[in-house]
Design a protein around this ligand. Structure first.
Ligand SMILES: [Zn+2]
Length: 248
């Protein structure tokens, strides 16, 4: 049976969440979550979403009541899904910097999700604010093990400058997915970069022609160093054509 993960994109109109640096939390949270969803699905994980559009799950007009009903509905979806993990995507605000993982209680799954990202943060000089226990957040009290990821500060220009970089965004979402997969016992398979496929730079027939000339030069060579150098060049030509080296 395939594993099930609930992905919860934080907030939703009429509540945009925190705003800053020209960004709105409900949008960035959905972008982060969607990228993680792609990675999970290519590992055959069944992904259940709480909100699928820009709107909250409540139609109540009063914002406070809307938020309460929205959160209750998210918890109900999580509880009905019989999921292996619940992951909520948010962005922090209030003048700080960095990334943190919130949970109702810490266990190995929470650690797996956070630790995968911790390495990535270190590499990118992003502050790791660690794992924090929060018993007051409704979504963390759902039946599946739940984590809420505060993915940098939306009101911090330095944080958002990074977030806007595709290389950082892709790296972050890939490592979050890696952590989730580790938490639910699935080995991560890296995404193959189709642009990186190594094609031979030279046709084999051309390489063979050049090697014939090099062999003639090798025979005419008068010292060992010269022969060695010609052998090395022949191997470079073979490598360029995707052939096996002969001279080591
Ligand atoms: Zn939020």
């Amino acid at each position: 049976m395939s594993k099930i993960v609930v992905l919860d994109y934080g907030h939703g109109l009429p509540d945009p969440g925190a705003c800053g640096c020209g960004l709105e939390e409900y949008k960035v949270a959905a972008e982060l979550g969607s990228a993680v969803k792609m990675h999970l699905e290519r590992h055959n994980v069944k992904v259940v979403l709480t909100r699928t559009g820009p709107y909250s799950l409540s139609s109540v007009r009063d914002l406070k009541q809307n938020k309460r009903e929205d959160l209750n509905k998210r918890v109900a979806i999580a509880n009905a899904a019989e999921a292996d993990l619940f992951v909520s995507f948010h962005l922090n605000s209030g003048g700080g910097t960095g990334y943190e993982t919130l949970c109702y209680s810490i266990d190995a799954r929470v650690r797996a999700v956070h630790d995968a990202v911790a390495e990535f943060l270190k590499f990118n000089n992003v502050k790791d604010r660690g794992i924090k226990v929060r018993t007051d957040l409704a979504v963390l009290k759902c039946k599946p093990k739940a984590v809420l990821l505060e993915c940098l500060f939306i009101d911090n220009p330095k944080d958002m400058e990074l977030m806007k970089k595709p290389s950082f965004f892709n790296g972050l979402t890939e490592t979050i997915a890696k952590g989730i997969l580790t938490a639910i016992g699935i080995k991560y398979v890296p995404l193959k970069n189709p642009g990186k496929k190594e094609e031979p730079r030279m046709k084999q027939a051309d390489a063979e022609k050049i090697i014939i000339y090099l062999q003639a030069a090798w025979k005419a060579a008068t010292c060992e160093d010269e022969k060695k150098e010609i052998g090395r060049l022949a191997d470079e030509v073979r490598a360029a054509a995707g052939m096996k080296k002969v001279n080591g």
